[in-house]
Design a binder for this molecule. Sequence first.
Ligand code: HMG
Ligand code: MG
Length: 312
Amino acid sequence: MSAKHVELVEVGPRDGLQNEKISLDSALKVELVLKLIAAGAKKIEIGSFVSPTWVPQMADTSRVIKMVQDQLTGTGRSRKGVEFAALVPNRQGMNQALDLGLKEVAIFASATESFSKKNINCSIKESFDRFIPVMVLAKKNHVKVRAHLSVSFGCPYEGSVSEAKVVRLAKKLVGLGCYQVSIADTIGVANAGQVDSLFRKLKVAIPVAKLAGHFHNTRGQALANVFAAYKLGVKVFDSSFGGLGGCPYAPGASGNVATEDLVYMFDGLKVKTGYSIKELIEVSKWFENRTGRILPSMVSRAGLLMPKGIIE
Ligand code: HMG
Ligand code: MG
């Protein structure tokens, strides 16, 4: 049965900003995170502990997290109910997360060998070997671990991907101790039929409460893909304010499904997200003003229909 509330994981500060041509100022990132919290974000993927040579835009993740922590404490603003997570590919990244007292991290694996090699410079097997010390440290330090499984619907280097392989790898991630696996359409190639088919198979192997969807919107299908997964009982979706996003190692990947587009849909379905759509739109507009970047969200661009007309 479809849920009356969903959890949206705001990945804009990580998936969104990692792919920007220029690295943004840490202070701007902090302001963004605080604005997202004010708009209703409850879980935020705030950055990545990866090689700064590979992804320079995430090199200031530690600084951003410290600044956000200081701001939330300093202003007396409650961080109750707001959770932060960061990407961690190996033990080195995990140690950085632990140093900052993060209570959640996300490991990321690939459903194809080619994408694994391009993105994290190792085979799928080697990536799982690297996850083992991460999981040991997580358990010891009571840190929750989420997982992303990239190119689950198609790979820019290998084309179509076997559903059985995705199910096997997702199961393996759960077996490692990940509390949830986010099934990712990295290059936005999936359609609702494919999502329905894959998630039905995933649900046979993994409890649906442990599954999440991560849809990039390259072909304009992300919202339909979310809806298809939601109809099967999936309650957690990754999204990015304004529809920012993409992976530097996935050619053709464009933004994630926009948080405000998702909230617009779920508000209409009377499904709670915890967000204020008006405030979210303001966050995207603020970001556009501050960076000169035009964001792809359709809802932010078109505005809301209110009793007295459109509010843009
Ligand atoms: P490598 O070169 O094979 O690593 O990279 P290495 O172990 O040989 O180390 C090389 C250098 O990297 C050393 O530094 C290490 O210290 C450093 P040097 O001695 O040369 O100065 N290093 C690190 N630095 C900081 N943090 C670390 C770390 N580990 C090693 N954790 C590595 C392997 C995984 C590090 C590299 O390939 C990498 O950083 N890749 C990151 C790729 C990435 O972040 N991609 C985008 C995120 S994934 C994504 O967007 C998909 C997702 O959204 C879902 C979807 O849409 O599909 C999640
Ligand atoms: Mg992504």
